[in-house]
Design a protein around this ligand. Structure first.
Ligand SMILES: Cc1cc2nc3c(=O)[nH]c(=O)nc-3n(C[C@H](O)[C@H](O)[C@H](O)COP(=O)(O)OP(=O)(O)OC[C@H]3O[C@@H](n4cnc5c(N)ncnc54)[C@H](O)[C@@H]3O)c2cc1C
Ligand code: SF4
Length: 536
């Protein structure tokens, strides 16, 4: 390393995207500093806090939410100013938000990269599926993805649910249990494609982590580490020589001559400022905190903030708007054994219908439903032995489905640093302006309603809870594109404005697609890491 700098590369954020980059660079002998706003945690402590927590439905509940690094549900943190409450969900600690993810590890389809040219919707990516395909394979091996190769081979083709692939899944998917096998029979007979969800969850011993034991608490915490999270690569990066500094909240990025980034500054929990220099920088603080940091970094060299000559930083906030319904069905299937969503079903994932409406992915939610059933029965005045009997009966016949849709990026949906409200360190709080009123999304949701109705008929269901929306998987706020006038990064994740600043995370994705984004974001991050390695 050149001793004029503190590091070859500084990575901001130790979630999966920042940590896989830090690991790849450190393994190649580069001097890397990985800065993380939150603390280090021990898995056993989080498991204990989950056991003790009253609100088991809040995935953030067992995690530290510290005044200097509030998580997205943190007290007095995110400010919602839009028509729709967005309520993004993320954590701030070493390893990041995948501590409480479900591990669903999907590839996009080739057509997902060309939505504007093919269907007149949203934007085209500046890269194609073929550019990313080798990195998808690498990402699957890094995270340890289990999936079903047979289903994949039977369903290739551009209108199938899976894209072509050059390498098999690192591990086979675990077989369906009784409940999921029964659902497969019923829905397949009606023309649905019912499939194993590919997941970064061990179906065998892999990467020194154990096989999934079926504990069913994947979200918020896998007690044994069978489910991958970003701390795996944060630790690997450290072992390979990276310096990981926790409780370091980066609040400024400095630009120098010719657009080059020269330094960052961070605050420790006591409010003290620290400054570090490097040759290259990667911002990987996820879809709300990364744009907030860029927009906070206003200077004479960057009057609109870092990487923001297009004015697109913080805009195009999108996600996979998720509907949820639950029902009590005729037959007992006993949900809540094994991982939280091993099974998905589609009517169709791609095709001409995408000119008019969003695609969708339905998931069978395999959670233990006793808490919500008990709460409802108590409200109805059921107590004593009848309560016990009815909880057992209804819990055995409970079926819940969630469905992710596509919301094309819209510049009006955005995150900005608040100009009036500050957090405990005196830094601006994130302010979100978001609306779900998008005709393309709503037309997709109407098709979802029809599918729900059909499932209800097939299983003789009566509604338990009607339609509810959530907005998981924030994306788009540092959008990738070929035109520097309307995008923030190029196809390699490099900011158009600063040759030595890269951005990693789902926030660079050009279009969301209807499947979970993290495998794509990880593949893009690995591609960025290789680009940096070629240059230093
Ligand atoms: C409940 C839940 C379930 C999910 N399930 C799935 C799933 O099954 N499949 C899927 O694909 N996706 C899922 N996701 C989304 C997934 O978790 C994210 O896509 C993924 O974590 C993004 O990775 P990242 O590295 O970009 O960001 P993160 O994992 O959020 O990491 C960013 C890191 O940056 C740090 N940071 C933030 N601000 C600063 C700062 N100023 N200075 C220094 N560090 C900072 C944070 O503390 C954090 O550690 C789920 C999300 C939630 C909330
Ligand atoms: S089912 Fe249990 S062991 Fe398996 S991934 Fe989920 S929490 Fe971990």
């Amino acid at each position: 390393m050149n001793s004029d700098y503190d590091a070859d590369v500084i990575v901001i954020g130790s979630g999966v995207c920042g940590s896989v980059i830090a690991h790849r660079l450190a393994k190649a002998g580069k001097a890397v500093i990985l800065l993380e706003a939150g603390p280090r945690v021990e898995r056993a402590d989080i498991v204990e806090r989950f056991r003790a927590s009253v609100n088991k439905a809040n995935p953030n509940a067992p995690y530290p939410d510290l005044p200097h690094a509030r998580d997205s549900f943190g007290k007095d943190y995110i400010i919602e100013k839009g028509e729709t409450v967005n309520r993004p969900s993320y954590l701030r600690l070493v390893g990041g938000t995948t501590w409480h993810w479900a591990g669903a590890a999907w590839r996009l389809l080739p057509n997902d990269f060309h939505m504007r040219s093919l269907y007149g919707v949203g934007r085209d990516w500046p890269i194609s599926y073929d550019d990313l395909e080798p990195y998808y394979g690498q990402a699957e091996r890094e995270l340890g993805v289990s999936g079903n190769d047979q289903e994949n081979q039977g369903a290739t083709g551009l209108d199938g649910p899976f894209p072509p692939r050059s390498t098999p899944y690192p591990m086979a998917a675990a077989p369906f249990d009784y409940m999921h096998e029964r659902i497969r029979q019923v829905l397949t007979a009606d023309g649905f494609k019912v499939l194993h969800e590919p997941a970064a969850r061990n179906s065998d011993i892999y990467d020194n982590r154990p096989t999934c034991g079926g504990n069913n608490s994947c979200t918020p915490i896998c007690p044994i580490g069978a489910l991958y999270n970003g701390a795996v690569h944060a630790v690997k990066a450290e072992t390979a020589g990276a310096r990981l500094i926790s409780n370091a909240v980066v609040f400024r990025i400095e630009a120098g001559a010719a657009g080059k980034i020269t330094a960052i500054s961070y605050k420790s929990p006591d409010g003290a400022d620290h400054r570090l220099t490097a040759r290259y920088f990667v911002a990987a603080a996820y879809a709300i905190e990364t744009p907030k940091l860029l927009l906070m970094s206003v200077s004479e060299q960057a009057p609109q903030g870092i990487a923001n000559s297009s004015g697109m930083v913080g805009r195009n906030l999108t996600c996979q708007p998720e509907s949820r319904i639950s029902m009590i069905i005729r037959e007992p299937l006993w949900p809540g054994r094994g991982p939280v969503h091993p099974q998905v079903f589609f009517r169709e994932r791609d095709g001409a219908f995408r000119k008019d409406r969003s695609a969708s992915k339905h998931v069978i939610n395999n959670n233990v439903p006793n808490q919500e059933i008990t709460a409802r029965l108590l409200k109805q005045g059921v107590i004593g032995r009848r309560l016990d009997e009815q909880v057992r009966d209804q819990a055995s016949r409970f079926l819940e489905i969630t469905t992710q849709h596509e919301l094309p990026p819209n510049p009006a949906n955005r995150i900005v640093p608040s100009t009036t409200e500050r957090d405990a360190l005196g830094l601006p709080r994130p302010e979100i302006h978001f609306s779900r009123e998008d005709p393309y999304l709503l037309a997709g949701a109407a098709a979802t309603k029809r599918d729900y109705q059909r499932v209800m008929e097939l299983f003789g269901g009566t509604p338990f809870e009607d339609w509810r929306w959530a907005h998981p998987h924030s994306q788009g706020t540092t959008i990738m594109g070929s035109d520097p006038r309307d995008s923030v990064v190029d196809g390699f994740g490099r900011t158009h404005d600063h040759p030595n600043l890269f951005i990693a995370g789902p926030n660079v994705m050009t279009m969301p697609g209807a499947v979970n984004p993290t495998l794509t974001a990880t593949a893009l991050a690995l591609r960025s890491a290789d680009t940096i390695l070629r240059e230093i």
